[in-house]
Design a protein. Structure first.
Length: 573
C-alpha cells in the first residue's frame, strides 16, 4: 500500500460514521500550474459518493453520484473503480470527464489518473478551442491529441448543426490541425461532399490552408465548383485565393487581401476575373467570349490629429456582371458603380470634408452617365450663435472641379428609321469649376410655453465656369460662358398651440400616468425669382432648380407618453 492510501482509507472510515451516511475523503490541494505527472505525485484525490467499498489493497469501488477530483481533473459517474497503486480508473453510467475547458460525456470510461490518458465510449462533448464532437469511441492519447472513431466534428452549437464533418476516424491535434479520414461534409442532415482525407485547422489563431469547396448548378452557366486557399501573411495581413470552374462559361480567378496599415486602421482589396463564354443568342452554334471583372478597394484610417480617411473604390466591366455573379440583392438591383475617397475632420461647430468620387450610372445597354469630383472641398458650420442674441448662423460651402460625361447612341441619319446599323456612338463631356455658398440665419422664440416660432432667412450663390447652351435639350453642348446663380428663401415655422390631457394622478409616484398631446405644426416657405438657373449644368442636389414659390406645409402630431411608477429602494436593515 502506498503512503497515501492509509490516510485515504482512514478518512473514508471516519466520514462513513456520520449521520448522513455520506462518505468523503479530502486531501491537500496543490498548485494548479503543475503538470499532470507531478500533480499526481503530490496530490491526493477528493472523492464523494453514496457508497465506498475497499475491494482490495489500494482499490476502491465507489457507487452512487460519484464525484472524483484529482488536481485539474474531475470525474462524475454512477460507478467508479479507482486503483491507487496503478492509477487506473474505470467508470460506468452517466460519465462526465472535465479537464480544463474540455468536457467529455459518455457511457463508459477507462483512464490513467496520473497521465490523464483515457478512452470514452459513446462520447460527446466539447473540447477547447471550440470543437464539438460525437463519437462511438474517443481516445485521449496525449495532452493535446485525441482520436475519435466513427463520429462527427463541428463548431456549431445548434442541436442540429448547420454543418458537420462525419468521419470514420480522426486525429485531433488541439491548437494545430485535425487529420480526418473518409470525410462526409453535411449541411444539417444532408451530405454534400465526400473526401477520402482532409486536414482541417484547429487553431485559435488564423491558419493557412484550403477552405471548403463550393459546388452548384445554374441553368445559364451549368455546373459550378470552386475552392479557395487561405494564406496568413503575418500578424497584420492575410490573403485568400479563389479558383472557380463553370461548366459552360469558363474559369474564374479571385483574390482577397486584408491588411492593417497602422493602428486604428484597416483595409481590404478584392478582385475577380473571368473569361466568360456564352452561347450566341443569334447563332446557337457559336459562342460569345468577353472579359468580365470586378475590383474593390476599401480602407479606413483614423489619425491622431482628428482626421479620418474613408476610401471605397470600385471598378466593374459591365452592369450585367452584378446580375450574373453577385448574390447581394443591393448589388444586383443597383445600376450604379460608386467610388469615393473622403478625408473628414469634425469640430464642435464645424466640419471639413475633402472628397474625390466617381459615380458611373448604367442608364441602359447603350447609355451611361459618369459624374466625377476631382476633388471637392466642403466646409460646413452649424449652431454658431451671434453673441447673446437668439440668432444663429449655419452655412454650407463647397468648391471643386467637376466632370460630367454622358455616352449614348444616336442616329446617323435622323430621316432614317431606328436601326442598329443606323446608330453611332456619341459623347458629351464637360469639365468645369463650381463654387457654392449657402448661409442661413435662424432664430427661435417661445412667447408662451405652448408656442414655438422659428424664422430663418437663407441665401445661395453658386458660380459655374461653364454653362449649358440649350436647357431644353438633354443632348445640348456646353459653352465657356460662366454664370452665377442666385436665390434667397424665407422660412417661418410655428409649432403650437399644444394641447394635452393627463390620465391618472400626476402627484402619485406609485402609479403609471399617461399624457396625450396634440401638436399642430405650420411651415411657410417663400422663394423669389432665381437668376441664371436655367443654364446650370445638373450634377447633384446643389444644382436643383428652384422656382419662385410660396409654399405652406402643415401637420398635426399626436403623442402618447407614459411615466412609470418610481421604484422605492428597500428599507435599510
Amino acid at each position: 500500500m502506498t503512503s497515501r492510501l492509509p490516510h485515504l482509507v482512514l478518512a473514508l472510515a471516519c466520514a462513513a460514521l456520520t449521520a448522513s451516511g455520506w462518505a468523503r475523503a479530502a486531501g491537500t490541494t496543490g498548485p494548479a500550474t503543475k503538470s499532470p505527472a507531478k500533480l499526481a505525485a503530490t496530490e491526493q484525490p477528493v472523492i464523494s459518493a453514496n457508497k465506498f467499498e475497499q475491494v482490495s489493497e489500494g482499490e476502491l469501488l465507489l457507487t452512487g453520484d460519484v464525484d472524483l477530483r484529482y488536481g485539474d481533473l474531475r470525474l462524475l459517474a454512477d460507478t467508479v473503480h479507482f486503483n491507487d497503486k496503478t492509477h487506473q480508473v474505470q467508470a460506468e453510467g452517466n460519465v462526465v470527464l472535465m479537464l480544463g475547458k474540455s468536457q467529455i460525456s459518455g457511457d463508459r470510461l477507462e483512464m490513467d489518473s496520473e497521465t490523464r490518458l483515457a478512452t470514452v465510449w459513446n462520447a460527446h462533448g466539447y473540447m477547447d478551442p471550440d470543437v464539438i464532437f460525437q463519437a462511438e469511441k474517443l481516445e485521449r492519447i496525449a495532452e493535446d491529441k485525441v482520436v475519435i472513431t466513427n463520429g462527427t466534428v463541428t463548431t456549431c452549437t445548434q442541436p442540429t448543426p448547420y454543418w458537420a464533418f462525419h468521419v470514420t476516424s480522426a486525429l485531433l491535434h488541439l491548437d494545430h490541425y485535425a487529420h480526418m479520414k473518409n470525410v462526409a461534409f453535411k449541411v444539417e442532415k444532408a451530405p454534400v461532399i465526400y473526401l477520402p482525407y482532409l486536414v482541417w485547422p484547429m487553431k485559435k489563431d488564423r491558419a493557412s490552408g484550403l477552405l471548403l469547396p463550393n459546388v452548384g448548378y445554374s441553368k445559364q452557366r451549368g455546373s459550378f465548383i470552386g475552392n479557395a486557399l487561405y494564406l496568413v501573411l503575418g500578424r497584420s495581413q492575410d490573403a485568400t485565393l479563389y479558383y472557380d470552374l463553370y461548366g459552360r462559361t469558363g474559369t474564374g480567378l479571385g483574390f482577397e487581401y486584408r491588411f492593417v496599415p497602422a493602428a486604428r486602421g484597416d483595409g481590404m482589396f478584392t478582385g475577380y476575373y473571368l473569361k466568360d463564354s456564352v452561347q450566341d443568342p443569334n447563332n446557337p452554334e457559336d459562342t460569345l467570349s468577353r472579359t468580365r471583372y470586378r475590383f474593390n478597394f476599401r480602407q479606413t484610417q483614423r489619425f491622431a490629429n482628428g482626421f479620418r480617411l474613408l476610401a471605397d473604390l470600385n471598378q466593374v466591366s459591365d452592369l450585367d456582371y452584378y446580375l450574373d455573379f453577385e448574390r447581394d440583392i443591393t448589388q444586383t438591383t443597383s445600376p450604379t458603380v460608386l467610388s469615393h475617397v473622403d478625408l473628414v475632420r469634425n469640430w464642435s461647430n464645424y466640419s471639413l470634408n475633402v472628397r474625390a468620387d466617381r459615380q458611373e450610372q448604367f442608364i441602359s445597354s447603350v447609355e451611361s452617365l459618369t459624374l466625377e469630383r476631382l476633388p471637392e472641398v466642403e466646409l460646413r458650420g452649424r449652431g454658431i450663435r451671434f453673441g447673446h442674441t437668439p440668432f444663429y448662423l449655419s452655412f454650407e460651402s463647397s468648391a471643386g472641379l467637376y466632370n460630367k460625361d454622358r455616352r449614348f447612341e444616336t442616329l446617323q441619319d435622323p430621316n432614317q428609321p431606328v436601326d442598329p446599323n443606323n446608330t453611332e456612338a456619341a459623347q458629351l463631356e464637360s469639365t468645369y469649376q463650381r463654387f457654392d455658398l449657402f448661409p442661413t440665419i435662424s432664430a427661435s422664440f417661445t412667447p408662451t410655453p405652448w408656442l414655438d416660432i422659428s424664422p430663418s432667412v437663407s441665401a445661395r450663390e453658386t458660380f459655374y465656369s461653364r454653362s449649358q447652351i440649350d436647357p431644353a435639350d438633354p443632348n445640348s453642348l456646353t459653352s465657356d460662358e460662366n454664370i452665377t446663380r442666385e436665390f434667397a428663401a424665407f422660412n417661418l415655422s410655428m409649432v403650437g398651440p399644444r394641447f394635452f390631457r393627463l390620465f391618472g394622478d400626476p402627484k402619485s409616484l406609485d402609479t403609471t400616468v399617461y399624457k396625450h398631446t396634440f401638436e399642430p405644426r405650420l411651415l411657410y416657405t417663400y422663394i423669389p425669382d432665381v437668376s441664371d438657373g436655367e443654364n446650370v449644368i445638373r450634377f447633384d442636389d446643389i444644382d436643383a432648380l428652384r422656382h419662385a414659390d410660396n409654399e405652406v406645409t402643415y401637420s398635426l402630431t399626436s403623442r402618447l407618453l407614459a411615466r412609470r411608477p418610481v421604484s422605492h429602494p428597500p428599507p435599510p436593515p
